[in-house]
Design a binder for this molecule. Structure first.
Ligand SMILES: [Zn+2]
Ligand SMILES: [Zn+2]
Length: 309
């Protein structure tokens, strides 16, 4: 097999597009709006307003406002997927239409309490610890003055997501070890057909390792400033909600691999498929019908809604 054929094989196995077309579309749309109305950069204006109103001290910004930003993005994305559950148009895009999640009142309480505890106790504690343990006064992540250009933000997001693929794969796979799984990760696997809310329904230890440390390591490696770090946090938060949303919508990244992972447990541990490809932990997924759907569809009737025909 020559180099080009190898690349083609790799491309077929990895969800290359990911969330990048979505980011570029949003950015392109903002540029069009700026041109039409003859205004300056919408993003720079929003960042100036935001950074001027998120508290005085760096500790407050880091330990309180940064977690609140992630929580806000989470609920906005989750709200969208909760809304479309009631809209008939989106029904054909449901990934596991036959599986109905039913809960008792006690289960709803338990799910809600677990998510709220992770978000409002564990997450701020992690950010507070990071602030005191790893950041010094002049660390780039505490730099709220720098306004990076779009190519810088975009390229750092790409690098961070590649690092996330590496860290998340190994941490997540470790949680599937038979000695660990039932104590920590089983909670997150309660649902074989996941829905948007459950992305942050996990044991606190798993939440710290897979949801905070795994996506956060890259921020240190790439020396991200505050604006880039918050942009990346928004991307990775909405991306993981999409992975669990239970819908494969056109124009959006495919959630088929992680949905398959929730259905069958033993494959598809990574985020974009690269580490699963290298370790051979997506062999059955690749042979399955689901894999044919594992792509971004560029039209409302182009494939992802055919599964209920
Ligand atoms: Zn999951
Ligand atoms: Zn898992």
């Amino acid at each position: 097999m020559n180099f080009l054929q190898s690349l083609k094989t790799l491309k077929n196995h990895i969800h290359i597009c990911g969330i990048y077309p979505f980011i570029l579309t949003i950015y392109g749309f903002s540029k069009i709006v700026e041109k039409i109305f003859g205004i300056g950069s919408i993003w720079v204006t929003m960042w100036k307003i935001l950074s001027a109103n998120i508290g005085e001290t760096k500790e407050f910004r880091m330990a309180i406002m940064s977690p609140l930003w992630i929580i806000l993005i989470y609920y906005l994305t989750v709200a969208f997927f909760f809304y479309i559950r009631r809209v008939k148009f989106f029904k054909p895009y449901k990934i596991q239409p036959d599986v109905k999640n039913k809960f008792s009142a006690a289960e709803i309480n338990e799910i809600r309490n677990s998510i709220l505890f992770n978000q409002f106790v564990i997450l701020p504690l992690c950010f507070w610890a990071v602030y005191h343990l790893f950041l010094h006064e002049n660390h780039p992540m505490l730099d709220f003055e720098t306004i990076p250009t779009f190519p810088v933000v975009f390229s750092k997001i790409v690098i961070n997501l590649m690092i996330f693929e590496f860290t998340f794969y190994y941490f997540h796979r470790a949680f599937h070890h038979k000695w660990i799984y039932k104590y920590f990760h089983k909670q997150h696997h309660k649902f074989t057909a996941p829905f948007a809310l459950v992305v942050q329904y996990s044991h606190p230890l798993e939440y710290v390792i897979c949801d905070v440390i795994a996506p956060g390591i890259g921020l240190f490696v790439t020396k991200c400033d505050a604006a880039t770090a918050l942009a990346y946090s928004a991307v990775v938060t909405s991306m993981t909600v999409i992975y669990h949303c239970g819908y494969h919508l056109p124009f959006l990244m495919s959630p088929e691999a992680h949905d398959y992972h929730h259905a069958y447990y033993y494959e598809c541990f990574g985020s974009n498929g690269l580490m699963d490809f290298l370790h051979g932990t997506s062999k059955n997924f690749i042979k399955s019908e689901r894999f044919k759907m594992h792509q971004t569809f560029w039209g409302i009737g182009t494939g992802c809604n055919k599964k209920v025909d």
